[in-house]
Design a protein. Sequence first.
Length: 421
Amino acid sequence: MGSERLKRISWMDSVLAYNIVLGPMGTIVQLFILSLHGSVIDVSLAVTAYSAVNIPAAILWGFITDRFNKRKTLIIVSYFVSGVVLFSFLFAKTVYSVSFLYALFSFATSASTTPLNLLVMETERKQKWAMAFARLSMIASFGQIVGLFLSMTWSLFFPLGYIVVVLSALSLVSAVLSVLLIREPAIVFERDVIAMNKPSFFERLKTVPYFFLRIPRAKDFRRFFKTLRYDLTRQVPLLYFSIFGFYLTSGLFNTSVVPSLEANGVPTLLIFLVTTVVMVVQVVSFKYAGPYIEKLSLVRAAVGGLGLRSITYGLLGVSVFLVSGIWLLVPFLIFYPLAGGIAYAIYYTASNTMVFNTLRHTNQGSRLGIYSALVGIATMAGSFISGFTSFYLGFYTTFILAAIGLAISAWAISKLPSEEN
């Protein structure tokens, strides 16, 4: 009876518990650091370290995936090690130990990203790939929302520090389910097949926005940016410049959100409420972003998404300057979901469609390497700068700088021809 029940459960169901862990983890770590009397600078350094580890980890695990073709093993190792790292947070009593464990968590989580995407393509018929990736995305999003609700409820009744025990157990549950449900595929693909299929490409970048088929070299960057001098070939560098600005400002803004709310005395429960509302709006927005963008050109949709995000960032900057205390929750519940939900979904869908359209089989490795390097540098730089601007100049300065950066990014992408899609 038990074996028959397992057969009715898809291997994708094993990712649910793990995504419950991933949903609230960023917010939890920042709150841990602040509870240990760390500053916004300490938060920004921890987030920067997380991103800094994620980049070489993406390269390493990608090459290991291609070399050994052990999807199931890598996924189980990722879930198991993540569970061990999560439990270790229970003994972290300093800002530095929390930051170190968060970086280690980044290394462990990235191991499962590429194998999961490949497993979808290797276990489903090609005609069903889009549907399969949509289901994987739905399970992951649902899990992350559940994780945020769990954290919000937990903070109401128990000390937040002990939630890592529950999260660790959930990670191990996913590891056990992976052992039971996942079978190594008979036919395996190389990673470059992900870049040739839009649903797999979108899902891969949505999970971790770095995708290295090979490490980019200095001459790749020189050759790439030389094309800015010519009207016929500068579209791709302008697109990448816009994406660089988007991730720079995202790191700048997002790193200071939780510290700004905590500094104004907003309770932990309500901080989780803000992140939960943003996540719910984002999931719903992704459902409708595609059909909406189909009615416009990709360039107009991207500019619209960036424009909305810039305006809402600016309004939040003004709100932080004018409003203090618990009342700051009101503008965050109004404007942050617009920025992190609707605007993000529109821009992500439009810009990554354009990136996908620029890839050719002959330049996939170099283009994706340059794209990933720029995104990684932008994310780290934004997170790093965020702590210092917020600490010395105020949170409102950081948010307004992010709004200005997004306006520049929108200007860059508006220079692309509208018929690009």
